[in-house]
Write a protein that binds this ligand. Sequence first.
Ligand SMILES: NC(=O)c1ccc[n+]([C@@H]2O[C@H](COP(=O)([O-])OP(=O)(O)OC[C@H]3O[C@@H](n4cnc5c(N)ncnc54)[C@H](O)[C@@H]3O)[C@@H](O)[C@H]2O)c1
Ligand SMILES: [Zn+2]
Length: 463
Amino acid sequence: MPRGGASRGGLPGWGFSRVEGCRSGGRQPAATAPQPPHRGARPCRLTAAVTAGAALAAGADADAVGVVVGVAVGVAVGEASLRKADVGRAQARARRAGRSVSRMLTLLTGGAGFIGSHIVSALQSAGHTVRVLDALLPAAHGPDAVPPPLAEGVEWVRADVRDREAVARALRGCDAVCHQAAMVGLGKDFADAPAYVGCNDLGTAVLLAAMADAGTPSLVLAGSMVVYGEGRYECGRHGTVRPGPRRVADLDAGQFEPPCPVCGEPLVPGLVGEDAPVDPRNVYAATKLAQEHLAASWARATGGRATALRYHNVYGPGMPRDTPYAGVAALFRSALARGEAPEVFEDGRQRRDFIHVTDVAEANAVALAALAHRARPAGTLRAYNVATGHPRTVGDMAAALAAAAGGPEPRVTGQYRLGDVRHITARADRVQRELGWTARTSFARGVADFAHAPLRGSATSVA
Ligand SMILES: NC(=O)c1ccc[n+]([C@@H]2O[C@H](COP(=O)([O-])OP(=O)(O)OC[C@H]3O[C@@H](n4cnc5c(N)ncnc54)[C@H](O)[C@@H]3O)[C@@H](O)[C@H]2O)c1
Ligand SMILES: [Zn+2]
């Protein structure tokens, strides 16, 4: 079990033994009436990913993990040729790996949100007991939000992560925290900065302080690719370079590609790895990076373990529709739903890594399983890109969605937003190597599904 004992190496008085005592404090009663089943659970697929991650974390070698995946999705992928002994060993390993996860109580902040609601399904499928804490932020849910329908057994706490007492209560008995709550997107203008910093950084600090107090040993943090700023670029003469922010004059002139900062020549974009220097370029990005720094400090101070999952461009059912905080795929999807052409900024050739939300949800379940098995030394934070590793352009997304929805062709407008970076695409090999997770929803299948999927209702103003 992940409870207790994880405080080795932590500061005196910050140990985790009190978690056992907290557990006996009992679980919070769900604040809402019995809920209908949650939509969208994909137990078989999830079991495979979680099992692989957990088995890897538990010390299984890579080949054995491959076998475990085969066992879990054996029918789908036709792994009938696996040797019986291998299967037996893999199943035993998977059972050992899955045992502790299946008894975990996990606090999921932001669980009413787009990604969080998919994580609820993923964690439940993996056997976690899930307690959702969410403020139903008006910026995300509109002014009159009601609690979302949650699956049976999911506990619901409506509270703000900045509220110390509420967070301390919600943490009682929890083995791990999956921290998704945040204000997302670029916002309207700089006046949003205090709200971003409040929700994302003060909120994270309050949560971590409460975790330190309660002795909660494990944290999975929703990170973001925005911490990298512009992605990786190569200059023919100067090798790997880091272009500065793009100039307004260049953007006004339709010159969207950042030039080499040394010689001014065109650059070739590449894939960014987790060890690339960070370079947040807007308020939201700064707050997402600060969350990681805070989580790393918490881990060092308490002997806890933290995993930051740096999501790339997440899309899928339940995305918030067109607000200044919505992702580009939702803006396109909303335009098509109105019968309008998606409007593509710049020249449409901006490169992104679009990842389906169900894959992101699975990555969270796998990361929690790895933490439960203490696959890494205590007192550390490790960051992972959560991406497909296969870049697409924003124009590709608009065109694919328009085709799948049978709507009008996208219109490339040449407009731009100063806070946007040109290209940001990632290597996804670390998460595969270390956690045994890889994205499995193809762009074609994900977009076809998203073209007809429901979006979340409009939000109005910033809280
Ligand atoms: N959507 C993406 O493409 C993307 C990409 C990278 C990272 N992320 C990260 O993923 C996480 C989830 O994002 P999402 O797209 O689901 O956004 P979302 O707005 O749909 O969900 C965020 C949830 O957090 C809640 N919340 C915000 N502030 C809160 C507070 N102070 N107290 C309690 N609850 C609060 C909101 O009510 C909302 O339900 C965020 O941390 C975000 O930074 C998202
Ligand atoms: Zn150069």
